[in-house]
Design a protein around this ligand. Structure first.
Ligand code: MG
Length: 157
């Protein structure tokens, strides 16, 4: 089994949806980005690509490419799974942490895991979604943006 790490961050902006792990979360602001700016899914994609030695998200889905404007990041994740399948790999486990001050994700973690799991080909028990605040420090604490960390474990099929 091989593990890969992923990290991403996006800035909060008015007039945007807040999408985390494919789930639209009611909040006064969303995240800014070329795609839907789903920071969690982007970190998971990078972790998967890293584990498989397939480069990074910017290489596969460049933010200069009009095809990916307002893209549904779950679609990008689906495509990533296809790349892993072609490389003879399957996903075993994903563990992720979202770093954001607000809103609270406590009640949404199961829904996010249940949304990501089928795309990853996993039982929700093998998709761990956690959240932590910035305690007022740094860009997370000042609510300028959100970040996410992910570790994906994969194995040969
Ligand atoms: Mg991103």
């Amino acid at each position: 089994m091989i593990a890969g790490i992923g990290y991403d961050c996006h800035r909060f902006a008015d007039g945007r949806r807040l999408v985390l792990g494919g789930v639209t979360i009611p909040y006064e602001q969303g995240l800014e980005g070329h795609s839907d700016a789903d920071v969690l899914t982007h970190a998971v994609i990078d972790a998967l690509l890293g584990a498989a030695g397939l480069g990074d998200i910017g290489q596969h889905f460049p933010d200069t490419d009009e095809r990916y404007r307002d893209a549904d990041s779950l679609e990008l994740l689906r495509h990533t799974l296809t790349l892993l399948e072609r490389a003879g790999q399957r996903v075993v486990h994903v563990d992720a942490t979202v770093l954001l001050e607000r809103p609270k994700l406590a009640g949404l973690r199961d829904q996010i895991a249940a949304t990501l799991a089928p795309v990853l080909g996993l039982d929700p028990a093998h998709v761990s979604v956690k959240a932590t605040r910035g305690e007022g420090m740094g860009f997370v604490g000042r609510q300028e943006g959100a970040a996410a960390l992910a570790i994906a474990t994969i194995e040969s099929r």
